[in-house]
Design a protein around this ligand. Structure first.
Ligand code: NDP
Length: 251
């Protein structure tokens, strides 16, 4: 646990499964108040109930980050329950295969609207909170979950990789914009992590990845969550701006 997270006010998107769920639990275990954003209200309630049962503070908020209205309503709900937000973990995302020859405009649109514009909607909603918290002398963090796919090449996943490259470059630019105002920006690029990410692929696509993953192994979502909590718990003037976390055997 990281004591400096005590009484921080966090929002974690995509908190109903995988990395987001584990991150919400890790932040709450270190004493942060955590708002959990995602669409599946039942799963969010389960996660929040477990956090509360473990003595933590959690608020389940049904939010679809592809809707500005939904993100704004989520922002209002967390401020009412917990006050100003000073730690935003932008994690909601989807990975769909889209071999270019298939021209899956639907997959392109879904990934771009969720992975890129969804992240922007969340950043936009909470930028005043982060700047305000830092201006008042507090610690303020934006943590963006990108992927090693931002740099590596994965045939048939070009659009997914492009959305993650966009997030990594967005983080770098926002750090330049926010750093002088004492808001930290941390970009995290995981390698393969055990989660529900691959459940959105069809059987053939999932099988193709599974044989590769067998050779490199998987990180757990909890291992990623620990990296998020570690970065956010550094002294205020220390910004881990770029973190690449991979299974040792993944190259
Ligand atoms: P999961 O599929 O387990 O989690 C994705 C989360 O995003 C879910 O909680 C889902 O909740 C949420 N989500 C999806 N659509 C929306 C939406 N419209 N509004 C709000 N929330 C939404 O996968 P991971 O935990 O693996 O993924 C988390 C992040 O990590 C993603 O950005 C992914 O790209 C990244 N990543 C994952 C890697 C891996 O190997 N697993 C590797 C590198 C990066 P719900 O369906 O309830 O809305």
């Amino acid at each position: 646990n990281y004591d400096t997270l005590t009484d921080r006010t966090a929002v974690v998107t995509g908190a109903s499964s995988g990395i987001g769920e584990a991150t919400a639990r890790a932040l709450a275990a270190s004493g942060a108040k955590v708002a959990l954003f995602a669409r599946r209200a039942d799963k969010l309630s389960d996660v929040a109930a477990k956090i509360v049962a473990d003595g933590g503070r959690a608020l389940a908020v049904e939010v679809d980050v592809t809707s500005e209205e939904s993100v704004a309503a989520g922002g209002a709900a967390v401020r009412e329950a917990f006050g100003r937000v000073d730690l935003v973990v932008n994690n909601a995302g989807v990975m769909l295969a889209a071999p270019m020859a298939d021209v899956r405009v639907d997959h392109w649109a879904r990934m771009i609207d969720l992975n890129v514009t969804g992240a922007l909607r969340v950043i936009g909603e909470f930028t005043p909170d982060l700047l305000g918290a830092a201006a008042d002398g507090g610690t303020a963090d934006l943590v963006d979950i990108s992927s090693v796919a931002a740099h590596q090449l994965f045939p048939d996943y070009a659009v997914y990789c492009a959305t993650k490259a966009a997030i990594t470059h967005l983080s770098a630019n926002l750090r330049a914009e926010f750093g002088p105002a004492d808001v930290r920006v941390t970009n995290i690029e995981p390698g393969v992590v055990r989660s529900e990410l691959r459940t959105h692929l069809d059987d053939v696509q999932a099988e193709g990845l599974a044989s590769w993953i067998d050779t490199v192994g998987l990180l757990s979502s909890e291992e990623l969550a620990d990296v998020v909590a570690y970065a956010a718990s550094r002294a205020r003037h220390v910004n881990l701006r770029q973190i690449v976390v991979m299974p040792t055997r993944q190259v």
